[in-house]
Structure formats: C-alpha cells, structure tokens
Design a protein around this ligand. Structure first.
Ligand code: ADP
Ligand code: MG
Length: 717
C-alpha cells in the first residue's frame, strides 16, 4: 500500500499485530471495546498526570489534600471482626513513605501490585506516627516515564493496565511514522482555523509534552468530531433544499394582515421577528424546514396560524398536528376563535368569497362525519385541518397541503413527521390544484435548548426562537418546600386558593423504573389527600394506565371546573391550558429534571391571577441545585443552560433521542465556539462541493465513524 494512512486503514489493522498483544491480551482488549488500531488510538486518556506538579512525600502536610506519585512497596489485606475488609498498602518515593488504607475494596489487593507506580490523591493523617491516607483516589501509572503520563479509562473486570494501553498506542503511532497519517483537512484550512495537524494531535493527546499541547490536540480532534456531524447535517439540509420543489407562498397577503389586525393583542417583538423569518422561507421557492423554539406561553400558536394563512391565501391548505386529542381539541378551539369571520376567495361563490373553514380530525371523528370531512379536504373545501396522528392516516388527502405545522415535535417519530410532509405530494388525486410540491414545514417545541447545542441536535433545520413573553403576565412564584411545617403551610395556601374558586395540580413522584409503581403512588397520594389535606374538595386522578378516553374525560371535567384538584403523574399534557389553575404542587421534586419541572410549572400561570408553584422535597438539609434553579428563574433558555451545566450532554441528547458515539472529546457544553466553527466550515465545504467529490477523506470518515443509526437519524429527521 502507498499513500498516507487513512482512518479506514487503521480500522483494518487488528490489534494483534502490536508487540505484546497475544491471544489473551487480544481478548481482554476486545472486552474493553478495542479490536483494531483505530479503536486503540481513539481510546483517549481520561486524564493526564503532570509529574512535575506533584508533591513529594516529604512535602505532605497533615490535613491538606495533595497528589503524590509513589511506588507500591507492600500490600496486605485483613478482615475485621464485623467482616469489613481492609487493604493496606505501603508506598513511597525517594523522599519518604506513607501508607494508604482502603475499606471494603478487597479488589485493591489485586490491583495494586508491588513495584507499580501510582498517583494517589487524598488527605494525609497521622496514624501511629505514620502518614496515612484513607480511601485515596488512585490512578495506575505503571512504569511509564515522561513528564506527563496518560491515564486511560479503566475497567476493573478486564485486566488491561493503563501503561499497557499507552505502550501499544505508542508503538502503533510509531509504526505510522513512515507512511504518515492522512489529514482530511486542507492545510490552508488548518492554518486558517489555527488547528494542529492530525498526526501531531494524535501524538499529543496520548503523550503531550506540555498541558498546552494536550489542549491543542483536544481542540483539533474535537473539531474533527464536530465537523463530521455538521457535514452530515448541513449536507442533508442542502440536499433537502435542492431535491424538493417548494411553493412560493404569497406572504403578508390580505388574510395574514386581517388576522394580525383582528387578534385582541399586539404581537410581541419576538413574534413579529419570527413571523418575518417564517414568511421569508415561505416566499422562497425552497420548502421551509424550520424549528420554532419557544417557552410555554410564548405564543407559538400565532406564528403557526400566520404561516398556515399564507398557504390558504394562495389557495393551498394548512395542517396542524398535535400529539394528543386534548391538545388537538384545544388548538382547534383556539385557532377557530382566532380566525372567526375571516373570508377566503372562492370563485364558485356569488360573492367571490366564503368563510374560512377550520376542521378537527381525531380518531374520534368517525363514519359519516369523517367521510364528509375527508371529501371536503380533498376538494379544497377545508382550509385548515387540525388534529392528531389521525392526520397522517391513509385516506386523508389534501387538495393541496401548503404548510404543515407539528406541535411538540419531539413527541412524534421521524416517520410521522415525514408522513405529514408527504401529504403534500398528491399528484393524481381529484385535487382542486394538482401539485407535486413539498409543503413548508414548521416544527415547534416548548423544550428550549441552548443555541449551539441546537446546532448539533437540530443542525439540519433552520431555527427560530421566541425569546420574549407576551406582556401582562404575572410571573409564577416558585417555592422550595421541605419539612412538615412548610408542607402544612403550603396545603393551607392551596386550600385558600381553591376556596377562592381557583384550581390546583398535584404532581406525584416520578418513578422512572416502573410505571406500575408510579401509578400506585399516584393512587395512594390521591386517596391520602382526599382524606387529609384536601378532604373538602373534589379531586380527580390522572395517570398513564388510564385509557385516552378516561384521561380526556378527567381533563375535561377539570377544565370545566367540576374538579378542584387534579392529582396526576407526569402525564398532564404538555401545553394543556387551564387558565383557572393557579397552584402547582410537585411532590418529590428533586426526582425530576429541570426541563421536566419547567414544563410542569408551565401548566399554571396561564391566566390573570398570580400563580404559585411549590417544589416539595423530603430532605430538609440538602438543597437540590435543580430545584434552586427553578426557584430562581422562569426563563426556559436560562434553565436549559443550567441544565446543560449540571447534567451535561445527556439531557439534550435524550431530548433528541439519540446517542452520538462519535462525540468522544467534543462537548456541547464546553465547545460552543468549536461547534460554530465546525458548522461554518461544514457550510463552506458543502456549498463548494455538495457531494464531497473532492473531500473523499471526510466522506470516508463519516461512513466509518457515524454508525448507520446515527446517519439514519441525521438524514431522516
Ligand atoms: P405556546 O403554544 O407557545 O405555549 P400559545 O400560543 O398557546 O403559547 O399562547 C399562550 C397564550 O398567550 C394564549 O392564550 C395566547 O392567546 C396568548 N398570546 C399569544 N401572543 C400574545 C401576545 N402577543 N400578547 C398577549 N397574549 C398573547
Ligand atoms: Mg402551544
């Protein structure tokens, strides 16, 4: 073979070619997740110990935490009378010695062999006149020399030591020297972005000369990870724009103008801005593919209606799909009210126009009514259709679907979203206007995520943000409640509110492991409250084991004020609007995530009366940083940032329902500048070379490193 070594080449080399990797080692490595040289090289150290910064044993001060690098000199183990195992080791460097004890960690005896170099972090005490650390943090260094020592992720089960890994990595990199490693980025780009080259980065991530060199290596390799993802997302975005013919909608026509003039409030600045962003997409020949992020109550519906009216203005139709019947009905009633009295042009009518027609389609609409509705939808008599999944069933045919809106988009699967989009392709039906175009799509979510994270998670969509709340809202007051006394006070305040004609939600503890347990606990809470704190009121119970009919019935009763209190699990629908509900009690609030608590709190604060939210925790001493964040702020974007700080990527990736195994070094939280850089670079690459013809290496690396699953996700979302 000639030419520089690519990552695929490395992936083709079995680890057994490395010196010191025999049958047994090979098996251990496989258990560790490493079978080829690429996997070995991409198994980055989890930390780096700088020997020159470490204390010597003679420098240790009793009571002060410190890190020392020492050699293990003696290991012993015994079991105490009450069956606790104690492993004691004697360690030292040339300046002195100390001991370390480990309680209930019998495996330390196996791990810490005499002669091993370890780095040890802890607080030394004096025990029988000798310095001693109890349960210190240990990293094995082995017999590696050098100033900065890499420490690899370790697994106790498989017996591969961190220094063995380092040795194999070193020999693998050595053997690449002659042919050289291929760098997929052109040199001009590397210097423009001030990155180090691939070879230098791989050496320095494993064996840095300085901590700065390690930082630079990390930056380069993380950039590569992010670039791969962005090239896929941006490529997909551009391909979608090219492959699909959109409709050039008439924006800001009479219908939209009359609508805006007729709504009983002034649009917020954010609504005006986002409507303009959407209009620009609608007027262009490419189909829109836009995500609207906006906190609960930020007024997304108005934006959705405005977009659908642009479609109707040009003789097309609009569709709005919501995840549940309750939400669909709520949207239907709200939208119909917003559009009351609007007329649409109609050549078949004596007066040249007719009433704009909004209809609701759910699984409850059946037989004759459904047939009629579908007929009028297909002949263009229905202008806006609102509904649930029923919208994407077979037999539902639009005359010409121009704008499709999907509310709470994360509650729908990829296929369902695509199915709605495909309802625009209705060539061959008895349509008023035969089209072969892709409708413009607006997906909405009330779960905000920070901007740069959105670039990775929703990178193939354009993103609009409603970051301003309509005026005149009394902000929700949030309290942390812990302890009998404050709980009693809370219930008495809830009773007062109900006595004044208001309503309350009580959310029961989240039990993620088992829906059955969760339902049981909700039933218990319901019974208990009905006998104690809330015994004078009418309580309803809502949980996941009820049929959707039962759920809807209970919701309707609550909305019609036949119930004072709704005791519920987290099934209380996102977006459910009961303006008279002003009290939200969340039990065991520290079990919920920030986003979830924020969503729950959004169920109140929808009317003119000031609302309150109580977050109850059982522990009086320990403050939950998540509960604190909610007490502090009602701003969803701020809370999303805090969430990202506290929990890291996991939260966001869960929202998007995927794992990104290729992001080993890059972090959505800490690498915001790199994400923007990678995205801009991806646009540059794709716009100059849409099929990556002259960027073979990048394309190969994407094929190699993004699993089909990930690509599937990226390409279909
Ligand atoms: P979201 O779907 O974003 O949670 P909605 O669209 O349901 O929010 O709007 C929440 C409430 O705010 C609705 O009652 C709506 O009529 C009202 N609203 C929307 N925009 C404004 C505005 N600019 N000024 C006053 N009220 C508004
Ligand atoms: Mg909404």
């Amino acid at each position: 073979m000639t030419g520089k070594i690519t990552l695929s080449d490395l992936a083709d080399i079995d680890v057994e070619v490395l010196k010191g990797v025999g049958e047994k080692r090979k098996e251990s490595l496989a258990q560790y997740g490493i079978t080829n040289v690429l996997e070995l090289l991409m198994n980055y150290p989890r930390k780096w110990v700088d020997r020159t910064n470490e204390a010597r044993v003679s420098d240790l001060v009793v009571g002060h935490e410190a890190l020392v690098i020492v050699e293990v000199r003696k290991v012993s183990k015994f079991t105490t009378k009450n069956r606790r195992t104690v492993v004691t080791i004697e360690v030292g460097d040339e300046s002195g010695r100390l001991t370390a004890v480990f309680f209930n960690q019998p495996w330390r005896e196996r791990q810490l062999k005499v002669g091993t170099q370890i780095s040890m972090f802890g607080k030394p005490d004096l025990f029988r006149g000798v310095l001693q650390m109890s349960n210190p943090l240990i990293d094995l260094i082995g017999d590696r020399t050098g100033r900065i020592v890499p420490i690899y992720p370790q697994s106790e089960k498989v017996q591969v030591s961190t220094w063995e890994l380092a040795t194999w990595v070193e020999s693998a990199l050595e053997r690449c020297r002659e042919r050289g490693l291929c760098d997929p980025l052109p040199v001009e780009l590397i210097s423009k972005l001030e990155l180090v080259d691939r070879t230098a980065a791989l050496w320095a991530i494993h064996f840095p000369e300085t901590m700065l060199a390690k930082q630079n290596a990390r930056r380069r390799l993380a950039f590569d990870e992010l670039l791969r993802v962005q090239v896929v997302l941006v490529g997909r975005k551009r391909a979608f724009e090219l492959d699909n013919t959109g409709i050039r909608h008439i924006v800001n026509g009479k219908l939209q103008q009359r609508f805006v003039a007729a709504i009983p409030f002034a649009l917020t600045g954010a609504q005006q801005r986002v409507i303009a962003e959407v209009d620009k997409d609608l007027a262009s020949p490419h189909p829109m593919h836009r995500l609207l992020q906006g906190d609960v109550g930020s007024g997304k519906t108005v934006v959705a209606v405005s977009a659908m009216l642009a479609a109707v203005q040009g003789g097309h139709q609009g569709a709005l799909m919501a995840p549940t019947e309750v939400l669909a009905e709520q949207h239907f009633n709200g939208v119909r009210k917003l559009l009351e009295g609007l007329l649409v042009p109609d050549a078949n009518n004596l007066f040249g126009d007719r009433q704009l027609r909004v209809e609701l389609l759910t699984s409850r609409v059946t037989s004759e009514r459904r047939r009629e509705l579908l007929r009028d939808l297909a002949n263009g008599g229905v202008d806006i259709l609102i509904g649930t999944h029923a919208l994407i069933q077979e037999g539902v045919e639009f005359a010409s679907l121009g704008v499709a809106v999907i509310d709470e988009q994360h509650r729908f699967g990829v296929e369902q979203r695509a199915a709605l989009r495909n309802k625009g392709d209705n060539s061959g039906t008895s349509a008023r206007k035969k089209t072969n175009t892709t409708p413009d799509v607006l997906v909405m979510t009330a779960t905000p995520i920070p901007r740069t994270a959105a670039m990775t998670v929703y990178g193939d969509l354009d993103v609009s943000v409603l970051d301003e709340m309509p005026p005149g809202r009394t902000p929700i007051k949030t309290f942390w409640v812990a302890g009998k006394k404050s709980e009693a006070k809370m219930w008495s305040e809830v009773r007062d509110a109900i006595a004044q004609g208001q309503q309350a939600f009580v959310v029961c503890p989240l039990i993620e492991e088992s829906e059955k347990l969760e339902v049981a606990s909700a039933q218990d809470t319901f019974k208990l409250l009905g006998k104690t704190e809330l015994k004078d009121f009418k309580l309803g119970l809502l949980h996941g084991r009820l049929s959707s009919n039962e759920k809807d019935e209970t919701m309707t009763e609550f909305r019609e004020r036949k119930l004072d209190v709704l005791v519920a699990t987290t099934v209380i629908e996102v977006g459910v609007d009961v303006p008279n509900a002003t009290c939200m009690v969340v039990l065991d609030a520290d079990r919920f995530g920030i986003a979830q608590l924020h969503q729950l709190r959004g169920r109140v604060g929808r009317g003119v009366i000031a609302s309150r939210c109580w977050l109850v925790t059982s522990n009086e001493e320990i403050r939950s940083p998540r509960v604190d964040a909610l007490v502090e702020s009602t701003d969803g974007f701020y809370l999303a940032e805090v969430d990202l700080e506290l929990r890291g990527e996991g939260t966001i990736m869960n929202t998007a329902q995927k794992g990104r195994s290729d992001l080993k070094l890059a972090s959505l939280r800490n690498d915001r500048d790199l994400i923007e850089l990678a995205r801009a670079t991806a646009f540059e690459i794709i716009d100059n070379d849409p099929t990556l013809k002259s960027h073979n290496e990048i394309r190969d690396e994407i094929d190699l490193l993004l699993t089909p699953d990930e690509e599937e996700f990226l390409f279909k979302n």
